[in-house]
Design a protein around this ligand. Structure first.
Ligand SMILES: [Zn+2]
Length: 318
């Protein structure tokens, strides 16, 4: 049985490539810039070079790998191994990434999966989902995504697009989302939404430390979190709203899935303690008591769950 697997966590700004064991231990990994503007051929060529560098470093050959798994922003055709069209990878439409990697790595399985799905599998197998058969992972960063494990089985759906939680709707009269619909969770609770709410308030004349922290630049999540730590009233209100929106979102998740664990990852999870109380108060106010008692809601344990989950695509059956 092969012990080593290659994971590729493909993002809009960087690509994390690592050799990972069956137990989820990262033996060695290298991050390279995606350089989206230089196109997919260029990036995939550098991915191949990086895999060879990792193999050389560890004194392994390609035959020692049980497979290569790629987690990529979607939508994808996972059966054909194609990146269809994604706002994070402009100009990469219809990239046959699996075939392109197979040109150099012929005799090992190569599998493509949605990045949030790969992260869910990683956190389930090697993080806070370990030993829990009903598990949900949510990532809150630029967007909102996630995945669900039901009775030990990852839910991929008919064409790998199940659990698009970011595009479920909280309010049909809400703000417009990137997907074209109105009032999606992503339009309320993502890092991008948090920044937008801050900008709208400041543009309408509200005084806030956020403005000073951002200076001439764009308002970022870190400015809002920084201002909230200084008890800035607008920042505190925005963080409280974030807790409320995520609470509503997780109430829906609990009502649908009755999970034992919900793990929250992504950039905003680093500020989870600031909006945790409001989030829990919202959930508890709405959910069935028994469902809340059965569910732990916590920060994801593996910040590298996207990488280890991609590597696990070669051996985790779903
Ligand atoms: Zn949407």
């Amino acid at each position: 049985m092969k012990e080593f697997f290659c994971g590729i966590d493909l993002g809009g700004t960087k690509i994390d490539i690592g050799i990972v064991t069956r137990e989820g231990k990262v033996i060695h990994n290298i991050k390279i810039p995606t350089e989206v503007e230089n196109g997919p051929e260029n990036a995939i060529k550098r991915m191949k070079e990086t895999i060879n560098v990792l193999l050389n470093k560890l004194d392994l050959s390609i035959e020692d790998l049980g497979g290569i798994g790629i987690g990529s922003p979607g939508p994808l055709d996972t059966k054909e191994g194609v990146i269809l069209k994604t706002s994070n990878l402009t100009g990469w439409e219809n990239t046959r990434i699996v075939d392109m990697l197979k040109e150099d790595f012929k005799n090992i399985p190569i599998r493509l999966e949605n990045d949030a799905n790969a992260a869910t599998i990683g956190e389930y197998l090697f993080g806070s989902g370990k030993n829990h058969k009903d598990f949900v992972y949510i990532t809150v960063s630029t967007g909102v995504g996630g995945g669900a494990i039901v009775n030990g089985h990852f839910q991929s759906g008919a064409n790998s697009n199940a659990f698009e939680i970011g595009h479920t709707i909280l309010n049909f009269n809400g703000p417009k989302c990137n997907c074209g619909n109105y009032g999606c969770i992503e339009a309320y609770a993502s890092g991008t939404a948090l920044e937008r709410f801050a900008k709208e308030a400041i543009d309408s004349g509200e005084e806030s430390l956020i403005k000073e922290l951002a200076g001439e630049g764009k308002i970022k999540g870190e400015h809002i979190v920084g201002a909230a730590k200084e008890k800035d009233p607008l920042a505190l209100k925005l963080i409280e709203d974030e807790g409320y929106y995520l609470g509503l979102s997780l109430y829906n998740v609990i009502a649908n899935y009755n999970p034992e664990v919900i793990a929250i990852g992504g950039g905003l999870s680093n500020a989870l303690n600031m909006f945790y109380d409001k989030m829990m108060e919202t959930i508890k106010g709405m959910s069935l008591k028994a469902n809340i008692e059965a569910c732990q809601i916590k920060k994801a344990e593996r910040s590298d769950c996207g990488l280890v989950g991609a590597a696990a695509l070669s051996f985790y059956e779903y």
